[in-house]
Ligand binder design. Structure first.
Ligand SMILES: [Zn+2]
Length: 318
């Protein structure tokens, strides 16, 4: 079922998926941020074209889930001031990508505690490569690093709500966390769910198609009929949208797998257009069928390697 949230503006997923390129784009983002009241004390800062930030306000202080690229910190703080007179106390990163953790250093300098999965901290300390977009990210300096990390799950009691933080392994990356606010019935998925067509799984950061399917099922299991789903990028969604995503992922994987099992090469599989029945609904973002097929192929076969040389910035592909 197509939900009311639908999807449009495919450039948003394109940009979120291009960490280094987005950095250049994000620097151009100016002016007040559009703020959407999600439910209860939760608001979403719509940082198009570079993604969503969730804000929790209340007696315990301000908590952010994700914090964008560093040049956006001032705009974020200005938007938070409209919601609360308290400083940002906690920052959670849903994963390591720069459009979700780039403000860590600025916010830590202002007293925030940065919290993320073990693998987020690990990846932020090392150079990273993004196969699909052929871009490189340099290691981060110490002030950017999470000071509290977790392995499987943890629970926060904050601003009158109980927040379950759940690691989903090998989804968009190997360090993705879901955030479920039990009382508000709001689920923040980070980029483990992007509400913009085919997902961009970061294979070089430990993401896989199998893990992506498992993670999407975990979201469906957490969500109820009234749950509001905040994705890493794109409009608000619901459980039905997650189910549609899971079903598409299962079909796409099976179609590509069939051809891998027949001994086809990646080029032959792309030529065979195994996702053509899905393209009209899902191929509307940055990730077109050839890229998604490549991601599935690399993830299923393990047949990829980190290029020896990779530029820090790559021109936009479209
Ligand atoms: Zn990401």
């Amino acid at each position: 079922m197509r939900t009311i949230y639908g999807f449009a503006r495919p450039w948003a997923v394109m940009l979120l998926a291009l960490p280094m390129v987005v950095q250049a784009q994000a620097r151009r983002m100016e002016g007040p941020i559009e703020t959407v009241a999600v439910r209860d004390n939760l608001s979403m800062l719509v940082m198009e074209p570079a993604g969503n930030v969730l804000v929790s306000v209340g007696a315990d202080g301000v908590a952010l889930i994700d914090d964008q690229f560093a040049p956006q910190t001032t705009r974020i703080i200005d938007a938070v001031k409209v919601l609360s007179d308290q400083p940002v106390r906690y920052v959670f990163n849903t994963h390591w990508h720069g459009d979700h953790s780039g403000g860590n250093g600025n916010l830590a300098d202002r007293g925030a505690v940065i919290i993320a999965h073990d693998n987020v901290r690990k990846r932020l300390t090392e150079a990273q490569f993004h196969l699909a977009i052929k871009a490189r990210s340099a290691p981060r300096s110490a002030e950017h690093l999470p000071v509290i990390t977790f392995n499987n799950r943890m629970t926060f009691y904050l601003n009158g709500d109980v927040i379950d933080v759940i690691h989903v392994p090998h989804a968009h990356t190997d360090g993705d966390a879901l955030f479920y606010f039990r009382n508000a019935d709001v689920l923040h998925t980070g980029d483990a769910f992007i509400n913009r067509g085919y997902p961009l799984i970061d294979v070089a950061s430990g993401g896989t198609i199998a893990g992506q399917i498992t993670a999407t099922q975990a979201m469906i299991d957490l969500a109820g009929p009234d749950t509001i789903v905040v994705s890493g990028h794109g409009p608000l969604a619901d459980r039905q949208r997650l189910i549609a995503m899971r079903d598409m992922l299962i079909t796409a994987r099976a179609e590509v797998r069939k051809l891998i099992d027949r001994g086809k090469t990646l080029a032959e599989i792309i030529n065979a257009a195994p996702l053509q029945n899905l393209d009209s609904e899902w191929g509307i973002g940055f990730v077109k069928a050839p890229m998604f097929i490549t991601i599935i192929y690399q993830s299923e076969t393990g047949d990829w390697e980190t290029p020896e040389a990779m530029p820090d910035e790559t021109p936009l592909a479209e």
